[in-house]
Write a protein that binds this ligand. Structure first.
Ligand SMILES: *Cc1c(COP(=O)(O)O)cnc(C)c1O
Length: 408
């Protein structure tokens, strides 16, 4: 058993220099441990962006064209993450083009502020919607888990829950979420309200960039820092022009005299507003020129990359991880991409060994470098290794450390 495997961490690690333990990431694109490995093209362009100045509205308008192009939506916007995109989408649904409502958010007294969601779509990210002042009204049940055949939500339940107090319908895109988005979007549109879709972690596949717009999303958010591998603090909203326009004026810096307010054409039409809105609820979620350029660059590189080669490298790495762990006598299965991860993963059962999964995860995290493996299966006494954020050397190291920890 290789107890003293050389670490795959660079000698000039900035985290080491700061006295902070670096992480070998076998857990996938998790925000807590830094998200994804940013694309080198994006990083190089961010460096160039940092040396010059630009009107951020112009840059957002350029990004909007790209987002519109790749999603099929009318317009797009770059946010400081998918969660910020949810807050801004909720703010757009609630305030529309009313500058006085924009000015009051998150105070929503007197305006429709409810977001109707199927109960089974609720997640911790709901807070991002509530941060705009929205109140979530959830409908349906958790019945599918009873195994009776009953659904989690019926179309009529959603339809009846939409009232004069409703600002939007919320939808979280996952393999398990029901009913299909197209059904929910029809109900929302019949009732004259937009649908906000959280698809933060749903790309790749690249086709998903347009799939939810096709199915009727009025606003859909994606993370820029997950599968797209842009800057960590970026996200994308793709949607109808009127909502993106509202998002833009609630997000861009608005300390500007009315006489010289020249919002970017194509993104914001001045004539739609009574005056210059004040600093909006989105002002605290600002996006710098470097991040904006980095996201545009990463998105273009993501569209251009050899997707089969990327997929193959994930499969190969996962199989190599699985084979080495099996050789050591562990029970390992590999998953197909598309469930909880866009990449295939190696799931290791610890049921037959002395060390509990929770113990192993804690031991690995306490090492230097810290080794993070997926911990979503602790209740099943499983750990998960995800190939997306590993080099081959790091994958070997992670396997070595798992085996060493089980041996110790
Ligand atoms: C990651 C994630 C988010 C948040 O995305 P950020 O870009 O980190 O803000 C929101 N919703 C879901 C379902 C996610 O997986």
């Amino acid at each position: 058993m290789p107890e003293d495997t050389p670490t795959p961490i660079d000698d000039d690690s900035v985290y080491r220099e700061l006295g902070v333990p670096p992480v070998v990431n076998a857990a996938g694109t998790k925000t807590r441990i830094g998200g994804s490995r940013i694309r080198p093209e994006a990083l190089a362009d961010m460096r160039r962006a940092a040396d010059e100045f630009v009107e951020l509205g112009d840059l957002q308008a350029r990004a909007a064209d790209l987002v519109a192009d790749v999603t099929g939506a009318e317009a797009g916007y770059v946010t400081s993450g998918a969660a910020a995109g949810l807050t801004l989408s909720a703010a757009a649904a609630i305030a529309g083009r009313d500058v006085s409502v924009m000015d009051r958010l998150p105070d929503t007294s007197g305006v429709a502020d409810e977001i109707v969601m199927p109960r089974t779509h609720r997640t911790g990210y709901d807070h991002a919607l509530r941060a705009a002042g929205a109140t979530i009204v959830d409908v349906g049940t958790n019945d599918p888990h009873l195994g009776t055949g009953a659904t989690s939500v019926e179309p009529w339940e959603l339809d009846r829950a939409i009232t004069d107090e409703t600002a939007a319908v919320g939808y979280v895109q996952k393999d398990y979420t029901r009913p299909p988005l197209a059904v929910v979007a029809d109900i929302a549109h019949d009732n004259g309200v937009p649908v906000i879709v959280d698809a933060a972690a749903e790309v790749p596949p690249v086709e998903n960039l347009s799939a939810f717009v096709d199915d009727g999303a009025d606003m859909v958010v994606f993370s820029g820092g997950k599968g797209i591998r842009g800057p960590q603090t970026t996200g994308i909203v793709a949607g109808k022009r009127r909502y993106v326009e509202s998002i833009a004026v609630q997000h861009l810096d608005m300390h500007v005299a009315a006489d010289v307010w020249t919002p970017p054409e194509g993104l914001v039409d001045r004539a739609n507003f009574d005056g210059v809105p004040r600093q909006g609820i989105g002002r605290s979620m600002k996006v710098g020129k470097e991040e904006l350029v980095g996201l545009v660059s990463a998105l273009e590189a993501f569209l251009d990359e050899d997707r089969d080669a990327v997929r193959r490298s994930w499969v190969d790495r996962t199989e190599r991880i699985a084979a080495r762990l099996r050789e050591a006598g562990l029970a390992v299965t590999t998953t197909e991409p598309g469930g909880s991860s866009v990449a295939p993963e190696a799931v290791v059962s610890l049921a037959a060994v002395d060390t509990a999964a929770r113990e192993l995860v804690a031991t690995l995290r306490a090492e230097d470098p810290r080794v993070y493996v997926g911990a979503d299966g602790l209740h099943e006494d499983e750990i998960v290794l995800n190939p997306m954020c590993l080099t081959d050397a790091e994958a070997d190291y992670a396997v070595d450390r798992v085996l060493a920890a089980l041996d110790g």
